[in-house]
Design a protein around this ligand. Structure first.
Ligand code: ATP
Length: 582
């Protein structure tokens, strides 16, 4: 298929943010797409090459792209940078430069979607010595043959800046309409996505086998299942009101959630956001088969750092020491862990999602042989507030955060948050009732002991409706020297030349970042603010929410994507709640 079929649709999509119109354009595009390349189209419209869990990163720096454009268009780097500074979007800048150029050259060869996709995939695998030059070569060869309009989108994909507002939800609507002629089947599409985390694969099955294919869609080993999430309750009383009869109370450990896929010697670990984290935990890969008594399976567990001498649980942030590529051996010895199982989703070829909690827990107890390294998360059956308080007390005394309360006859609802799992934490660390997870979008240079580091960070929530990151506060307290070093290292790789267009801010920060890193923050109060953009106009015109006395808790939430950060609605609920009780 010609790449222009895709780029024409992308051009149309760029002109609207209305979900219905986006869906319509997408349906039209999907109908024109041959079955063999449908998955590629699905990935490309989302600015990707593969499902997230495969970890294929283009991650091309703006500087490199500018060099490639300079080579292909015969324009100086300085001229491109100047135009970019005037213009705003590198894709558009390039498209304009190429338009001027094509007026003076012959039209190039037609470029196919397959060629663009394969070239981008090749670029994503290049590493090491000489790889920069090869990347420039591949990019400029594509740009040589692409029209200015096509180049714009190729660059946006390369830079990771293609934001068309086609959220997964819109893609699922379009798939249901394009291949089943009815939005009624949307739920089946979503179920298939929830168990595979791969819309490309879902689209392929739909295109080839239609609804029958979807009905037979199964969990498969080594494709992660989207995690079930919990609602938050504030007290034992609220929990009992929400769940009638008996329910399971499990300790809530303060670690990293992991989905373990295992078959014979092959072990793959996925994080909460379905990133492949196998390389950070070679000790799990080595030891876990001693614990699991099965030919194959998919398990959920919490990885927790422990004190090497006492075996006691340590807080989540200790696991950060494992997030490194070098000297991992040393980190394994210095920062030992345990794996604590709480669910089983697949066992010896059978999918267990439709089994009740009770049945899954029994299965888990049969399959897991506990030892020093791997354990079952403690569980008791409870039905009243006194029992819950007792278990909560024990859990806190063992160094846990609180409890997870689970309905006994409920099945595993992949990808959804609801009342079948509730989380109850004992200590609310702040007056708000809960912490917020916020995205770092900018920073201000530090003074004094923070010279040469980022002294204050600018933070945003995630607004899913607009797919944007509106600011909510600046934070400069709660950081240890170690935190500052660590954050400087992580954030230095995310620096961009100018504010990402998805960031909504009236504040000019000294430096801008790709909105990716999530930090946990507490505060004394939520106030109304004319400066910050979170929840703008929700309560009062031209006014958003801000945090008063925000403080970093020390938790860098590496397991969360920016899109998992707290949203304006959550902030609004906390705001209303504080006004009610305060
Ligand atoms: P979310 O609810 O979106 O996951 P979060 O990551 O902030 O938000 P937490 O408040 O930390 O969630 O609570 C849910 C997390 O608790 C799970 O994702 C999991 O990592 C962890 N957890 C600890 N113990 C358990 C358990 N027994 N059962 C399920 N999850 C547990």
């Amino acid at each position: 298929m010609k790449f222009s079929v895709l780029s024409d649709s992308l051009e149309k999509m760029e002109k609207t943010s209305k979900r219905l119109e986006l869906t319509g354009i997408l349906v039209e595009l999907l109908k024109k797409t041959p079955n063999e390349i449908i998955a590629k189209v699905i990935y490309l419209i989302q600015g990707k090459l593969k499902p997230n869990f495969e970890g294929v990163e283009l991650g091309i720096a703006e500087k490199l792209v500018i060099r490639a454009i300079s080579k292909s268009a015969g324009v100086t780097i300085k001229k491109i940078e100047d135009d970019y500074n005037d213009g705003g979007d590198l894709g558009i800048t390039v498209s304009n430069i190429l338009k001027q150029k094509t007026q003076t050259t012959f039209s190039a060869e037609t470029i196919t979607l397959e060629r663009v996709y394969e070239t981008l995939l090749k670029i994503s695998t290049l590493q090491g010595k000489g790889s920069q030059d090869m990347k420039i070569k591949y990019i400029s060869s594509l740009l040589n043959d692409a029209t200015p309009e096509e180049s714009k989108f190729i660059l946006k994909i390369l830079l990771g800046t293609m934001r068309l507002g086609v959220a997964e939800n819109t893609v699922m609507d379009a798939l249901a309409i394009a291949f089943t002629n009815s939005k009624e089947n949307r739920e089946l599409v979503e179920n298939a996505y929830n168990v595979s985390s791969d819309l490309g694969k879902v689209s392929e099955v739909l295109a080839q086998d239609g609804l029958d294919g979807l009905l037979k869609f199964n969990v498969s080993l080594f494709s992660p299942i989207r995690p079930m999430l919990a609602d938050r309750v504030k007290s034992e009383e609220e929990a009992v009101k929400r769940i009638e009869n008996e329910f399971a109370a499990e300790y809530k450990l303060d670690g990293e959630r992991v989905q373990i896929h295992i078959q014979d010697d092959k072990v793959i670990l996925f994080s909460r956001s379905l990133e492949n984290i196998t390389n950070y935990y070679p000790d799990i890969v080595e030891k876990i088969s001693d614990t699991i008594n099965a030919d194959n399976g998919i398990f959920e567990a919490e990885i927790v750092a422990i004190n090497a001498n006492t075996g006691n649980f340590l807080p989540f942030q200790e696991l950060m020491h494992r997030r490194r590529k070098h000297k991992l051996d040393q980190a394994i010895t210095n920062y030992p862990i345990t794996v604590n199982f709480f669910d089983i989703l697949y066992h010896n070829g059978n999918e267990l999602l439709n089994y009740s909690y009770n049945e899954r827990r029994k299965n888990l107890e049969d399959v897991i042989k506990e030892n020093e390294f791997a354990k079952l998360i403690p569980m008791s059956i409870v039905n009243n507030t006194t029992d819950i308080s007792d278990v909560l007390e024990n859990s806190i005394n063992s160094g846990c955060e609180g409890l997870m309360l689970k309905v006994l006859n409920a099945n595993y609802r992949a990808g959804s948050r609801g009342s079948n799992w509730l989380k109850l934490k004992r200590e609310y660390q702040n007056e708000l009732g809960d912490s917020l997870d916020l995205v770092v979008v900018g920073a201000f240079f530090g003074r004094g002991r923070r010279t040469g580091k980022y002294g204050t960070l600018l933070l945003s929530t995630y607004d899913s409706e607009n797919d944007s990151f509106p600011t909510i506060c600046k934070v400069g307290t709660g950081f240890t020297d170690e935190n500052l070093d660590q954050l400087f290292q992580i954030l230095s790789n995310k620096v961009i030349l100018k504010k990402n267009p998805r960031v909504e801010s009236s504040i000019e920060s000294d430096i801008w970042f790709e909105p990716e890193l999530v930090l946990e923050v507490v505060a004394s109060e939520i106030t109304l603010s004319p400066i910050h953009k979170t929840g703008l106009n929700l309560i009062r015109k031209d006014t958003g929410f801000a945090l008063r006395f925000p403080k970093f808790t020390g938790k860098i939430r590496t397991e969360k994507l920016a899109e998992d950060a707290s949203c304006p609605e959550e902030v609004s609920a906390l705001y209303k709640n504080q006004n009610k009780t305060g």
